[in-house]
Design a protein around this ligand. Sequence first.
Ligand code: ZN
Length: 163
Amino acid sequence: MKLEGSCHCGAVKFTVESHTPYPYMRCYCSICRKTAGGGGYAINIMGLAKSLSVRGRKFVSVFRARVRDREGGRGTHSPGRRHFCAKCGSALWAWDPRWAEWVYPFASAIDTPLPKPPEEQEIMLDYAAPWSEIPHGKKHTHFREYPDEGIADWHAKRGLTVK
Ligand SMILES: [Zn+2]
């Protein structure tokens, strides 16, 4: 399906094709939480990078977080690139050269009504803010760090891949 997205001020608009539009994965890592997740987490979905079309590209800025290992070393720049609107600060999409054929729009930037996920995953819980209320129960699967399946597999296994 074709997804339309935009920042809050309207300087940036984009479209992207996605077979995997269910916003089921909440990431509680410190980067998502600070840059895009007022509720303690951010949600990324996945689309085809080559289908990404952007209006207002000159307002798009890119952030590469510095990440440290568990020993708290000097840290290196994360390969992941978080794109946001330089005028209003809205988080737009992430892109990572390790998985260059995909782009990961923030669900919060998408204007097209997304399908409601039948279940959710909470990931990166080792890094969650202490005040975050982590939802639990039958419809929630928790991961201390990365989940055990990718976004494409999650959709495929549940018959939710959109043609
Ligand atoms: Zn904006």
